[in-house]
Design a protein around this ligand. Structure first.
Ligand SMILES: [Ca+2]
Ligand SMILES: [Ca+2]
Length: 120
């Protein structure tokens, strides 16, 4: 939450739970994950056992500047052709989580190219 950072881990399905004070009525929620565009949910009315619809996170914002562009491709290229265990291998750059940083990871960035955190 904006102004109230809460970090939680997702399960293997991407689901997560946060506990908030019942005194909070309406809030904005920012969701961040390394390598993904930040997602902001505006004016969420909090209530007991609130469940949000599935939220799509767009992969490819490697540098965390809320835009997917050439700078992110350049970041991933720095680890290109490395495998899990190599010194230059960076797990966040392995977008498809197959243990190797290759063209398939860059294709994921290309698919989401020019997207920003502020698009609907
Ligand atoms: Ca970026
Ligand atoms: Ca990969």
């Amino acid at each position: 939450m904006i102004g109230q950072p809460i970090s939680v881990y997702t399960d293997v399905y991407g689901d997560f739970t946060i506990n908030v004070s019942s005194s909070i009525g309406v809030c904005d929620i920012k969701i961040t994950k390394p390598g993904f565009l930040m997602k902001e949910l505006k004016e969420i009315v909090l209530k007991k056992d609130l469940q949000l619809s599935p939220i799509t996170m767009w992969a490819g914002d490697m540098n965390g500047d809320n835009v997917i562009n050439m700078a992110d491709v350049i970041d991933v290229v720095k680890g290109y052709n490395t495998i899990e265990g190599d010194n230059l291998y960076i797990a966040d750059y392995d977008l498809n989580k197959d243990g190797v940083i290759k063209m398939l990871d860059i294709i994921i960035i290309a698919r989401n190219f020019n997207m920003t955190s502020y698009m609907n």
